[in-house]
Design a protein around this ligand. Structure first.
Ligand code: ADP
Ligand code: MG
Length: 928
């Protein structure tokens, strides 16, 4: 890259004489002679061979920091016995054992074990999937293998690998710098020094303290500026950060706000349940019921009344949803983001590569006052430069060649011919420039040979330009600059014309600005090219400011990057879902508007604001204007942050995309920071809440849909659990009040709680997404999960299941046997609740319009649960335990019909609700 920056000091035989100093943890990497160090590591500036790296990886293990606290199954198992309810249950078991009621005691023990096993299994799989998610979003590293630069998971990096570094990269392991050009690095987490440190290749004294080891890079630090190469000397737990224990532990994930809220809800429900239970106990006591069986009943009721499995079910719902999202190109880094996604009201998105395809082709060149057409597709060098359809005359060959030299000479893209296709590695913008340069007569190999690269001032989206310094044959330096034309023009004072270089006049400036605007208005992304011959020799120290001024303007290149065909539909979907789409781009306002028009994001110029204009507004003024704006152009990272803040200031929930290092602040500031998987830097990814692996806008919309769906599923689950528990409480309470014997035995309650409530709830939580999620307005972020309609449904379900089973119970009691009546009650409540689960599948769609595929898992669960129930009624052993009597077919049929009543009631209520609130909330949905 920068051969003249690479100073390999001859190994004088010192420094590396005793190998043990290298391996025995002396860690004197910074004090070694570089060449000797490379030899010791059996590496070279060109990196390792892939095969060798694989051997090293197998030997040394992955480059990972061991988590202080991994998954501990035994702990998870113990945790199953920790809740208050479980203790009550254990006490109940002991008491019934003491009083010699072995049947109850055995049943309770069985239930306890079953409960623990199910809970253990659920929690273990939840933790496993969360851990898997963490791995998926792990950082990458760019490494030289077999002489090629490849991108790998950082965990695959081995000692001896050569890292390629540029701004925004995270350093994947501890490494010694072997090349550095203005390389600056932030290692505050290690040294406490918040300013970036400049790195170089010089050999250092053995005593140099860690913070001053300027030739070393440490795992986890980030590259702030410049480019470089470094050879890995330590990985995983042998790195500096790996040696600092404890730091890793702090990375432990906290529960999401929803999880925390539900947990505290669970805790308050425990007290509510205990209150009710104490009340019932007193009531039963006053009626003179048998105290022991009364006690057992209320304890089981308490256990049944509290949805203690909820937190685990929520974790599973979140984790599964997140897995599903990963199949839709969305990696979630913070679980809490999933909840926020569902209430997103504004998506601020990048243009290039996200709304557009991101495959660019230069269509027009503006050189020496003429507009040339460029033919040929793709990144290959084949194509022509034409002037009004004709071959270019000789007089233009000179300026075109100069243009080509800037396009190619200031360019980090590489293309290789693979199976007849030119494949690009690098920035698509630069790939397009490279191809155009060749079509205009340039030649990369020739250029690299005759004008070697000396230094680079990298591109970033705030500077909007890149400069490469090349060494001319006469020993002087030439700076080649590509960048945003409107900004570049201000730095030019000369212009290259058909007759050579002359001063730039105002007429020239206007002409160029007009041409730029016209090209941008045609939807082209326009870059300007310029150069400057520096009056100094190669040894001098120069700042970027000194290089990038008094430039000679050469020309414009206009490239076409078509909108993604699917993006238009996705934008329309957002609008239907009540979500604003805002385009934020570093590109020219006209280019931005042209693309925004095609996608339906904006229609008028008044909806566009340029960064320079934004700068003039105060925060207050911006907040006033912001709802009417749909496109922000020529922005910097700082503007992005202001846009996020302005939207948030007026109560919006904002998702914001970013790719550059500087975007990290805006991503942190947004409610949901979205990093780009392909174009995004590692630092941006680390600052994000989620990563879109294909950089595609459609995936953001998919994520919103999933977010809504996951929330809806959790809500349904909570609703179902509370509703069924209410039913059981009501049945028992009414019987106590009416002076009837207890309809459900403790074992019935425990069974219902675990099996017939628990399993359908689990499938509701993990079921597929409801249809029409993107046809409703976003859920207000402040909305409580248990709103009016939620509580109404809970009460309605509880009442209808409770009352129908009370009715069958009372009817059978009058006819005679207590056992038979209990069986009636048991069957009715179980069946009623199971059937109700179908109604919970959708808040708006009637049951008969749900496709059978909508929730196959729920259907299967219910079938399974039902057969268990039937088996329970038919097996003599189970009948002994559950004290049930056999049912006749007629009775079965009758009970089944009665059990349909709660479902019917719920469906009627649903229809009424949709009809009354239809206009505002559900009308669009109900159409499907
Ligand atoms: P966006 O991704 O929103 O299109 P960028 O930040 O990538 O915006 O680019 C902003 C501007 O910077 C572009 O309009 C272009 O003028 C300039 N630019 C982009 N890429 C390069 C590059 N590789 N070299 C020089 N200039 C560039
Ligand atoms: Mg970009």
């Amino acid at each position: 890259m920068m051969p003249n920056e690479l100073k390999i000091v001859r190994d004088e035989g010192e420094g590396i004489s005793h190998d043990s100093s290298l391996t025995a943890g002396a860690l004197a990497w910074h004090a070694q002679v570089l060449e000797g160090l490379l030899r010791h590591l059996s590496s070279s500036p060109d990196g390792l061979a892939g095969a060798e790296a694989a051997i090293r990886l197998a030997k040394a293990g992955r480059n990972e920091l061991r988590e202080a606290k991994g998954i501990q199954p035994f702990r998870i198992f113990l945790r199953q016995f920790s809740g208050l309810l479980v203790w009550i249950l254990i006490a109940a078991g002991v008491i019934s054992g003491v009083f010699g009621d072995w049947l109850d005691c055995g049943a309770i023990v069985a239930i306890l074990v079953l409960n623990a096993v199910v809970g253990f299994y659920q929690e273990l799989s939840a933790e496993k999937s969360v851990a898997a998610l963490k791995r998926m979003a792990a950082p990458n590293a760019r490494v030289r293998r077999d002489g090629q630069v490849v991108t790998l998971p950082a965990s695959d990096v081995v000692v001896g690998d050569v890292l390629e570094l540029e701004p925004g990269d995270l350093v994947a392991a501890d490494a010694r710098v072997i090349e550095a050009a203005s390389l600056r690095c932030n290692e505050s987490f290690l040294t406490g020094e918040s300013n970036a440190v400049t790195k170089n290749v010089a050999q250092l004294d053995l005593e140099t303290p860690l913070a001053e080891r300027e030739n070393m890079l440490f795992m986890g630090s980030s590259i702030v500026a410049g480019v470089g190469r470094a050879v890995v000397v330590a990985t995983g737990m042998s790195t500096e950060i790996g040696r600092i224990a404890g730091l890793v532990e702090s990375a432990a994930e906290q529960g999401t706000p929803l999880q925390k809220r539900l947990e505290s809800l669970g805790r308050s429900l425990v007290w509510v349940a205990l209150g009710i239970v104490v009340l019932l106990f007193t009531l039963g006591w006053a009626r003179g019921l048998d105290l022991l069986s009364l006690f057992m009943t209320v304890v089981s009721l308490a256990v049944a009344a509290v949805p203690e499995g909820l937190p685990t079910i929520v974790t599973i719902a979140l984790a599964l949803g997140v897995m599903r999202m990963s199949r839709r190109q969305v990696l979630v880094r913070r679980l809490a983001a999933v909840e926020t996604l569902g209430s997103t009201t504004v998506i601020c998105t990048d243009k290039t590569g996200t709304l557009t395809i991101g495959e660019m082709t230069v269509r027009e060149l503006q050189v020496a006052g003429c507009n040339f057409q460029v033919t040929g597709e793709g990144y290959g060098p084949h194509g022509e430069v034409l002037l009004q359809g004709q071959a270019v005359k000789a007089q233009y060959a000179g300026p075109l060649l100069e243009m080509a030299n800037v396009l190619i000479g200031c360019n980090n893209a590489h293309v290789v011919l693979n199976d007849g296709r030119w494949e690009l590695s690098g920035d698509p913008t630069e790939g397009a420039l490279l191809a155009a340069g060749h079509k205009a007569g340039g030649n990369k190999e020739h250029l690299e040979r005759n004008f070697p690269r000396h230094h680079e001032i990298p591109f970033d989206s705030d500077r909007k330009r890149r400069t490469v310094l090349r060494l001319m044959p006469d020993g002087r330096l030439r700076g080649l600059v590509n960048g945003a034309p409107d900004l570049l023009l201000g730095r030019c004072c000369n212009i290259l014309t058909g007759d050579g270089v002359r001063p730039l006049t105002d007429t020239d400036r206007h002409f160029i600005a007009d041409e730029n605007n016209a090209m941008a208005g045609r939807g082209l992304r326009v870059l300007g090219s310029a150069y400057r011959d520096l009056p100094v020799q190669s040894g001098a120290v120069l700042t970027a400011e000194e290089v990038e001024r008094d430039l000679v303007f050469v020309g414009l290149a206009g490239m076409y990057d078509p909108p993604r065909p699917e993006a238009k539909a996705a934008v329309a979907e957002c609008h239907g879902a009540g979500i604003r789409v805002v385009m934020i781009t570093g590109d020219h306002p006209r280019t931005a508007l042209a693309i925004a028009r095609e996608l339906g994001i904006a229609s008028a110029e008044t909806e566009v604001m340029a960064g320079t204009e934004l700068q003039r507004f105060s925060d207050g003024e911006l907040a006033d204007r912001i709802p009417s704006l749909a496109v922000f152009a020529r922005v910097t990272a700082e503007h992005k942050l202001r846009i996020v803040r302005a939207w948030k200031g007026i109560g919006a929930v904002v998702a914001m995309t970013g790719d550059g290092v500087n975007d990290a602040a805006a991503l942190k500031g947004a409610d949901i920071g979205i990093a780009m998987g392909r174009s995004g830097t590692e630092v941006t990814k680390q600052a994000s809440d989620m990563i879109i692996t294909d950089d595609n806008f459609t995936s953001i919309v998919a994520a919103v849909e999933e977010g809504r769906g996951i929330y809806a599923n959790i809500r349904k689950t909570l609703q179902y659990l509370l509703a069924t528990n209410t039913g059981e409480l009501l049945l028992m309470a009414l019987c106590l009040i009416l002076g009837l014997p207890m309809p459900l035995l403790p074992i019935h309650l425990l069974w219902i709680n675990l099996v017939t409530d628990g399993l359908p709830a689990l499938s509701l939580a993990t079921g597929p997404l409801e249809r029409g999620l993107l046809r409703r307005p976003p859920r207000p972020a402040t909305e409580r999960m248990a709103d009016r309609s939620f509580l109404f449904t809970v009460a309605l379900t509880g009442m209808s299941t409770g009352l129908t089973s009370l009715a069958t119970y009372a009817w059978a009691l009058r006819a005679g046997s207590g056992d038979l009546a209990r069986t009636y009650a048991f069957a009715t409540i179980v069946l009623g609740q199971l059937l109700c689960a179908f109604s919970f599948l959708s808040e708006v769609q009637p049951v008969w319009r749900l496709k059978t595929g909508t929730n196959r898992r729920l259907c299967l669960t219910i079938l399974g649960t039902l057969s268990m129930q039937i088996f329970l009624f038919h097996s003599t052993v189970a009948a002994h335990f559950f004290k049930t009597s056999p049912l006749s077919w007629r009775a079965c049929l009758g009970l089944a019909l009665v059990s349909l009543i709660p479902l019917a009631v719920l469906e009627i209520a649903k229809m009424v609700r949709v009809a009354t609130t239809g206009k505002s909330q559900y009308s669009i949905v109900a159409v499907t």
